[in-house]
Design a protein around this ligand. Structure first.
Ligand code: NAD
Length: 396
């Protein structure tokens, strides 16, 4: 990817312990009528109450929507969008995990352009700018605060579907790591490993857009600008993920994870991800297991299966991870180190442990290949011929 790079980001990113106090002044720049999407658990916390108070003190009028359902079923998004269209907000705030942030982005999309969510599935189907969004993550994982993506589950399609467009990038991102400090170990693990997968897959995605064209794909594959962010994300997450999961009082590690997941989101929002994401979608639909658990389980197998294509990138990852082996052994050392981190946070070692049966494997591979072929998905290019071998290796 020498000489090629692309970053599309929020116009401002506030990062740091206490950054939540920037929400009210930022909101004031965008308007007074505010629709807030907040996860029901977070809505009861003092941090959220303080934010609402600061917004009201600065002259805002709020409608707070707390019906954020996990995995974001399309009809739940439509209900929120209907409520917002009656209320007529000038801006939308998403406060919560990736589900609340994605909901805020989709409510803003439907408010601005109408229609149904399925009109926008895939890549670059959003016709223009959307109502501005301020994204405030409370998990360290999805990076949704900076990405051009929102993910929904569509029962009609039996899978999760992505909507990807530069117009979905939040206007402002406010990342206050203290908001993540109370998250339970399972949420910290599943969200945190998802960020690790974003960082590593964005660094090993194929180059998809070496030529400049009128409309670039949303995800352009591995590139220099994204690579810089991914390298820092890989280093920071590898050093802090296990500590953040195993010691709930290690606030320093959680703050580092919020930083790492922000960088990983910036990297994958440009480069895209690849086969761990493509293969997780059908597995998540079949086993009803969290996204991060599946992508984390799959990652070492995907890296092994794709090693012929990504050896130089894997060696560089080995250097970042302080792997002692040299030459091509460093690539293997990197995969082993990644596998160890994933195991240390309690991610199961095989798809069989998630309840996947041998007879499910061909269907999983076929669906994952279909997702990989879809341009608009978070899955950027990697050879789909490798999928069946990877799925079999991950199942054993
Ligand atoms: P989530 O938003 O679904 O939340 C998971 C659980 O964690 C919820 O029960 C929530 O109440 C709880 N929670 C959140 N913050 C907490 C905190 N600080 N303390 C205690 N509990 C807390 O989980 P997530 O992993 O953040 O997001 C997953 C969703 O994001 C999925 O739908 C996934 O598809 C999507 N996603 C989006 C992108 C993107 O770029 N838009 C990227 C990856 C994943």
């Amino acid at each position: 990817s020498d000489g090629f790079g692309l970053l599309r980001l929020p116009t401002r990113i506030h990062f740091g312990n206490g950054a939540a106090s920037a929400i009210a002044p930022l909101a004031r720049e965008l308007g007074r009528r505010v629709f807030v999407c907040c996860d029901p658990f977070l809505a009861e916390t003092p941090q959220f109450e303080r934010t609402c108070e600061e917004l009201r003190d600065s002259g805002a009028v709020l409608q707070v929507w707390t019906e954020v359902e996990p995995e974001l079923p399309v009809d739940s998004v439509q209900r929120a969008a209907d409520a917002a269209s009656v209320w007529g907000p000038e801006l939308i705030i998403g406060f919560g995990g990736g589900s609340a942030l994605d909901l805020a982005k989709l409510v803003a999309l439907l408010r601005s352009h109408g229609g149904r969510l399925s009109d926008y599935y895939g890549e670059n189907a959003v016709p223009g700018p959307i109502t501005p969004v301020i994204a405030v993550p409370t998990t360290a994982g999805t990076g949704s605060e900076v990405t051009p993506v929102a993910v929904v589950s569509d029962p009609g399609r039996d899978l999760k579907v992505g909507i990807s467009s530069p117009h979905l990038i939040p206007r402002f991102a406010v990342v206050d790591p203290t908001l993540t400090h109370g998250a339970p170990a399972a949420v910290t693990a599943h969200a945190g490993v998802d960020a690790f997968v974003h960082a590593i897959e964005s660094y090993t995605a194929a180059v998809r857009a070496p030529e400049w064209t009128d409309q670039l794909p949303v995800f352009v594959g591995q590139n220099r600008l994204a690579g810089l962010l991914a390298e820092e994300a890989i280093t920071v997450i590898a050093a802090n993920l296990v500590r953040a999961v195993t010691d709930p009082d290690d606030d320093a590690a959680r703050t580092e994870m919020a930083y790492g997941s922000l960088l990983a989101g910036m990297a994958f929002g440009s480069a895209g991800t690849h086969l761990s994401h493509a293969i997780q979608y059908p597995i998540g639909a079949l086993t009803k297991t969290p996204h991060g658990l599946g992508t984390g389980l799959l990652l070492p197998h995907v890296l092994r299966g794709c090693r012929p294509d990504i050896d130089p990138a894997l060696r560089r990852i080995g250097t970042l991870l302080g792997v002692s082996e040299t030459g091509s052994d460093r690539a293997l050392g990197a995969i082993r180190r990644i596998e160890q981190i994933v195991a240390d946070i309690g991610i199961p070692a095989s798809l069989a442990e998630l309840g996947v049966r041998a007879e499910d494997l061909p269907d999983i591979s076929a669906r994952a290949a279909g997702i990989s072929r879809l341009a608009g998905n978070v899955a950027a290019a990697r050879p789909i011929e490798r999928i069946p071998g990877i799925v079999t290796a991950a199942w054993r």
